[in-house]
Design a protein around this ligand. Structure first.
Ligand code: OSB
Ligand code: MG
Length: 373
């Protein structure tokens, strides 16, 4: 069945987080989220979420830059490309350099649309095979170590299979020491969000004694060479997040030895097409990948679940229950996690969750309709 794209309905919704989320680059208390709905001429539609944040601190994009890219470039380029299948979108949008979160929100919506037209769950439509996915949590920087230990205890109790804690200079070894001594056997990782440089190699080496599953993105996004130098000095595997935007980046990181694990974020890599290429490449190289998170609403979370069912996703991801983020999600039912720390891929068509359109309408602070002509 050929797609005939007609229009994009862009919305910005505001959604307060239940608890602030703090990383080495800043603190988020409420999300401004771009929800993308792409219609085709038959009236069918698909949903996507742009994972750009409010500020350009994780990467260069923001919801505001993404809004411009989608309205001014993505829509007309899709029109000119006469897209007939979702797997053509990634290549068609390659002319737009960077801005992968902007492109990825639309690309994901078109995959959902195509899955619904094919009357299939999205996860099957993109080629996923793991009906159950393994879940971990990402715990932000806390006020003090007691608060951190309490959070870790709560998430372990809930069943999550892997705990990741955020670190930054002066809040690193002591946090890991405290968590590891209280929880000697858990799968534990740390994420620095690029807060260190090679000058910190002595400090980063101290982390080797805590049996961490990985150290995520210690150095700057462009520092593949420095990550390789660091990896040679460490026993703990490095995992790259911010550094990996494309399958070409994954290949370079692999050739250089910059990491041993890759975090794939659907938005950061520009959508399901590129995510699939990265996990295929990594599966060939026996490099484990897992699904990262960007504090998504239910729409982005549902796409993350679908992506996580691809065969290369072998480690627990940062895909966790809606209730960890929101009083009330914008999808029904909300995403829940079993006591074994798993999510079952939904059986419904497309993303497999109903979008609560009344709630989306009530949360909308900006809206724009763009024709794909
Ligand atoms: O580095 O993985 C990250 C959130 C915002 C920006 C970057 C990151 C994160 C997270 C949260 O770690 C993951 C989640 O729970 O969605
Ligand atoms: Mg990260």
């Amino acid at each position: 069945m050929k797609l005939e794209l007609e229009r994009i309905d862009l919305r910005e919704i505001e959604l307060p987080l239940k608890w602030p989320f703090e990383t080495s680059f800043g603190r988020t208390t409420r999300r401004r989220i771009m929800i993308v709905r792409v219609f085709d001429k038959s009236g069918a539609y698909g949903y996507g979420e742009c994972t750009a944040a409010e500020d350009p601190f994780y990467n260069h994009e923001t919801i505001d830059t993404a809004w411009i890219i989608v309205t001014k470039y993505v829509a007309p380029i899709l029109a000119a490309a006469h897209i007939e299948r979702a797997d053509q979108v990634n290549d068609a949008l390659a002319r737009i350099r960077g801005n992968r979160m902007a492109k990825g929100g639309v690309e994901a919506a078109i995959w959902d649309l195509e899955a619904r037209l094919a009357e299939k769950p999205l996860w099957q439509h993109i080629g996923g095979s793991q009906e159950e996915i393994a879940c971990g949590v990402s715990i932000g920087l806390q006020q003090d170590i007691e608060a951190l230990l309490e959070k870790v205890a709560r998430e372990i109790e809930a069943g999550y299979q892997r705990i990741k804690i955020k670190i930054k200079p002066c809040q690193d070894v002591a946090l890991v020491e405290a968590v590891r001594s209280k929880f000697p056997d858990i799968l534990l990782t740390v994420d620095a969000n690029s807060a260190y440089s090679l000058a910190d190699i002595g400090l980063l080496k101290q982390l080797d004694q805590y049996n961490l599953m990985m150290i995520e993105q210690p150095l700057a996004p462009g520092d593949l060479v420095d990550h390789a130098k660091l990896q040679r000095e460490l026993n703990t595997p490095l995992c790259l997040d911010e550094s990996i935007l494309t399958v070409a980046d994954a290949r370079k990181a692999d050739e250089l030895g910059s990491c041993r694990i890759i975090n794939v974020k659907l938005g950061r890599v520009g959508g399901h097409g590129e995510a699939k290429l990265i996990q295929e490449f990594c599966a060939d190289r026996a490099t484990p990948v897992w699904c990262g998170g960007m504090l998504e609403s239910g729409v982005g979370r549902a796409h993350n679940i679908a992506m996580s069912t691809l065969e290369g996703f072998t480690l627990p991801g940062d895909v966790s229950a809606s209730a960890r983020y929101w009083e009330e999600d914008i999808i029904e039912p909300p995403v829940t996690v079993s006591s074994l720390g798993t999510i079952t891929a939904p059986a419904g068509l497309g993303i497999g969750y109903e979008v609560n359109e009344r709630r989306v309408e009530a949360l909308t602070v900006r809206r724009e309709e763009i024709n794909i002509i």
